[in-house]
Structures are given as C-alpha cells and as structure tokens.
Design a protein around this ligand. Structure first.
Ligand code: ATP
Length: 366
C-alpha cells in the first residue's frame, strides 16, 4: 500500500492553540496515515511539542479539531485515547527492575500473572533487552533506559506512539544506532509513530513524511526526499540541510519552461516544478545543495555544464571534504561537498577548479 491509500489515523482540522495571548498553533491542517512514521520538525518554540500533546490529550485546543481513527477527541481524556507517549527524560522508575517498569502499565490489566510476564518478555525482546528483566533500572545506560521506556509504551499496544525528542539525551553514536532500531521496530509493530524532533537529519533518516513547522504553522509537509530536493521556501531549504543561493532573473516563461539567467551559471532553462515562491523583498535566487556540484579532476569532463571557480576554503572530514568555491562572476563563495576517494588528493586553497553542474539540480525561488 502506498501512503496515500492508507487510512487516516490522525487528522488535524484547523487547530489553533492560545496560551493566554500567545498564538502557539496557528491553523494546523494535516493528516497522519495509519502505520506511518511521521515527524514534526522545527526550531525551538515552533509549536511541535504542543501539537504532539494535543494528540495525547495533554493539551486542550482553542479551536478546530483533532481526530484519531476518525473520532473527534474533544471530550476524550488522555487516559482514554489510543495513544501512548515516550518522553525525552525516560521517566522510568529507578528503584524498580526492568520488568517491573515495563509491566507497570499492565497493573490493572485483568490478565493472569503468567500472561503478563509473557507480554513483558515479548516487549523486552522487541526493544532488544531480552534477558535484562531482573536488572535494576537505575543501573542501565541512557540507551537502555530509553528502550525500557519504549517497551513500557508498546506493551499497552497503542494505535499511536508519540515520541517527544526520545533520543536527544543520548550521545551521537548511540542515538544513530537507536534511530535505526526505532525504524525497524516501527516496521515490525506497524503502529503509527509520531516523532517530535528539532534534528533535521534525524527526521530525514527516520520518517515516511515530515511536517516542517515554523511559528505555529506547517511550512511544508512531504516525504524526506521531496523536502530535501524541492523545499517550497528558502526557509525550509535552509532548515533542512545546507543550500547555496545565487541571484537570478527570469528572462521569459513559456510552455517549454522558464528561461533564467543566474549569477555565475549564466542562462538556463528550468521546468516549472523547479520554481517555488520566494519571500517578499528578497529578490529571485537559484539554489543548490552542496553535493550537486562536482569539482572535476584533471581528465574528468562534465556530463552537463561546466564553470570555473577558485577554492577559498577547505574543510576535511575524512569521508568528505567541504570546499568553499567562488565561481567566476559571483560575489560570494559557495559550499561544495565532495566524497573523498582513496588515492585522490584533497585540493588546496587558491586552486583554480573546474566545477560541473546541472540545471536539473537547481531550484529557483522567485
Ligand atoms: P522545543 O523544541 O523548545 O520544545 P517546541 O517547538 O516543541 O519547542 P512548544 O513547546 O510547542 O515548542 O512551544 C511553542 C510555544 O508555546 C513556545 O513559544 C512556548 O514558549 C509556548 N508555550 C508552550 N507551553 C506553554 C505554556 N504552558 N504556557 C505558555 N506558553 C507556552
């Protein structure tokens, strides 16, 4: 099933939220599909946690509606909703064992002791903590505690699992490992996951679709590749990864595309789907991601277009090198990222370079 064919799990209908005079959510309209891994991404204070909490029922909305499984949630209290939340601060009980923590949510469950123990064991196996049941929770690492919190949420078999920056307290290596494990887990259990994160890489890696939020509104809602390749505004482009911009001008528009002149690149034809609305007063620009340009070595030739430039800065990362290159005819250096190849030297500052580019990789904001 493709995403569009899946039934809706969560629907926001013109959701507004005021804290006193402060307008925290400003007309949210979106649907999250059943079984989807969905992320709310945005800078601090954009309203993503507030929006997540309206799903859980921890936050009343000022107007509009939140529906789960096609039912309006207006009068449904948090503990009656088919949702469960995993927090950044793991919120586990340090004085209990791992299995006591995981079984906590089942304390009023009518099942027999043996059945509950089986459910706990299954949940622990799901999160990769098989055999850890008797351990004291306080003796676990950060990553293990987060798994306990996950197991405790999953054992209740919610339709929707809400994750509020669940990995942000972990260090980089463990966070990356947990990202992959969370994706696998989500595919396995098939539950709808809604993740809040301010980390754009995390959102790109994990999500089927992402809602990018600024100032209480969704700026763009799309799959990771579309967000990255076709951001609908400069703001989204800058928030997701790095984008270089060059001043540009529309020369003519016709059925065959849009004729554009851009600083450094010269004339080109862009298709209409490459052209997005710009912001008022900013002037038209073309934008490109750092990896879409390539510095050519001696015998290499460009498959499409070629332009000369001068390398002004070199930042070596081991697997990658970032070059800041001033293309001839431009005023500012642009970031180009190159994968390092064994046996090929990293280029030095002040080197003249031939740069390959392609109009197809550009987007225009006008
Ligand atoms: P962060 O990543 O920093 O948590 P966020 O995008 O999740 O940011 P929210 O926590 O949703 O942002 O907050 C959105 C805005 O609403 C912020 O400006 C915040 O200060 C404000 N806000 C949140 N909760 C309350 C509250 N209980 N009372 C008043 N203002 C609040």
């Amino acid at each position: 099933m493709t995403t569009t064919e899946k039934p809706n799990m969560i629907e926001f209908r013109d959701v507004h939220k005021y804290y006193g005079d402060y307008h925290a959510l400003r007309g949210i309209n979106a649907t999250i599909k059943a079984g989807e891994f969905f992320s709310l991404l945005g800078p601090s204070g954009c309203g993503k946690t507030t929006l997540l909490r309206t799903i859980a029922g921890f936050e009343d909305i000022s107007s509009g509606a939140v529906l789960i499984d096609d039912k309006k949630m207006d009068d449904v209290p948090a503990n009656k909703r088919p949702t469960n939340m995993v927090f950044q601060s793991y919120a586990i009980f340090p004085h209990l064992t791992v299995e006591e923590n995981v079984g906590f949510g089942l304390r009023r469950d009518p099942r027999s002791k043996d059945e509950k123990a089986k459910a706990v064991a299954e949940a622990l196996e799901m999160v990769g903590l098989k055999g850890y049941g008797k351990r004291a929770a306080h003796a676990l690492s950060g990553g293990q505690r987060q798994r306990v919190a996950l197991a405790r949420a999953l054992i209740l078999k919610p339709k929707v699992l809400l994750l509020d920056e669940p990995l942000s307290a972990l260090d980089k290596k463990i966070r990356e490992q947990m990202q992959v494990e969370l994706i696998k887990l989500q595919r396995e259990v098939g539950i709808t996951f809604v993740l809040v994160t301010h980390d754009q890489e995390e959102a790109l890696v994990m999500s089927d679709r992402i809602a990018v939020m600024f100032e209480g509104q969704i700026a763009q809602l799309a799959d990771p590749e579309t967000l990255y390749r076709r951001p609908n505004s400069r703001k989204v482009a800058n928030f997701i990864g790095t984008m270089n911009f060059l001043p540009a001008e529309v020369l003519s528009e016709g059925a065959g595309g849009i004729e554009v002149e851009a600083q450094g690149f010269g004339r080109m034809t862009l298709s209409t789907d490459q052209v997005m609305a710009g912001e008022a007063g900013q002037g038209a620009v073309v934008g490109f991601r750092p990896e879409t340009l390539t510095i050519l070595y001696d015998s290499q030739t460009a498959t499409d277009r070629e332009v000369m430039g001068t390398i002004e800065e070199v930042v070596y990362f081991g697997d990658m090198t970032y070059y800041d290159v001033k293309l001839d005819g431009t005023t500012e250096a642009l970031r180009i990222s190159m994968r390092n190849v064994f046996g090929r030297p990293v280029l030095e500052i002040a080197t003249r370079a031939r740069v390959a580019w392609s109009p197809g990789a550009l987007v225009m904001f006008r």
